[in-house]
Design a protein around this ligand. Structure first.
Ligand code: AMP
Length: 249
């Protein structure tokens, strides 16, 4: 079984996002970009399934500009066998990503695709679900445990107030929750090995797909600045201020 892993290059989660001065979006110039954290979990899970003898090959796929090759190399260092970059400089909405991933999944004959539950830049949480819809595959979102038994996939999902256990027939789409696994530390020898693994580049423009955005971002605002706090002398003053100024009573 071939597993496809969707890997998005996003602003590193440690970097504070800065809005462009014209409010048209987040400024990515000269910022550290890394693999979306939920996609690291997706890679780790796919590689574990390969190590367990369940998967024959793990293919990491990223859609975006040439710089995504660096992110794909990280996926290869985690243990993916090869990478595919669907290259475009255009803005991709989740539907466009789902269409591009569908193309790769069909070309590769993949039986499983693992997406992150959401990309930490657009927070859309849509690409995996749309991919499942386009292909008619079963989907288990926000997975916290995955195992494969023959042609069945068993998935546990954390839901409000408990755990939900699902059985799906291959082919399936899984989206990863935070607690699915803890991605391994990428070692230097594995970074070196990753440099030699195959990485194919496909031009999105050659695929004859409608990737046009369906939405327009009107404006992006910085969060409102927090007011500075104050120190009160004693409990009596705290209660008085809460009553008279904050009007909480
Ligand atoms: P989103 O729907 O944008 O929140 O993204 C959900 C998941 O879809 C991400 O965690 C990735 O696994 C995948 N994904 C989104 N955008 C891309 C992209 N440009 N390239 C590859 N995978 C992507």
């Amino acid at each position: 079984m071939k597993i496809l892993v969707a890997v998005k290059r996003v602003l590193d989660y440690n970097v504070k996002a800065r809005v462009k001065t014209d409010g048209s979006g987040v400024d990515l110039a000269n910022q550290k970009l890394s693999m979306n954290p939920f996609d690291e979990i997706a890679c780790e899970e796919a590689v574990r399934l390969k190590e367990a003898g369940v998967a024959s090959e793990v293919i990491a796929v990223s859609c975006g500009p040439a710089g995504c090759q660096e992110t794909l190399r990280s996926a290869l260092a985690i243990g993916a066998d090869r990478g595919v970059l669907v290259e475009t400089d255009a803005v991709l909405e989740p539907l466009a990503v789902a269409k591009l991933m569908k193309h790769v999944a069909q070309k590769e004959g993949a039986q499983m695709a693992i997406f992150g539950k959401q990309a930490i830049d657009d927070d859309a949480g849509q690409a995996g679900q749309m991919f499942a819809g386009l292909l008619g595959w079963g989907q288990a979102t926000f997975a916290s445990k995955v195992s494969v038994e023959g042609s069945s996939v068993l998935v546990t999902r954390e839901i409000d107030g408990g755990l939900e256990h699902l059985r799906l027939k291959l082919p399936v789409v899984i989206t990863t929750d935070l607690r699915l696994n803890e991605p391994r530390f990428i070692t230097l020898p594995n970074i070196m090995k990753a440099k030699k693994k195959p990485l194919e580049v496909v031009k999105a423009a050659d695929l004859d797909l409608d990737l046009a955005p369906r939405t327009t971002t009107l404006r992006v605002d910085e969060p409102a600045a927090r007011k500075s706090g104050i120190k009160v002398a004693d409990v009596a003053e705290l209660v008085r201020r809460l009553k008279e100024e904050a009007k909480v009573f």
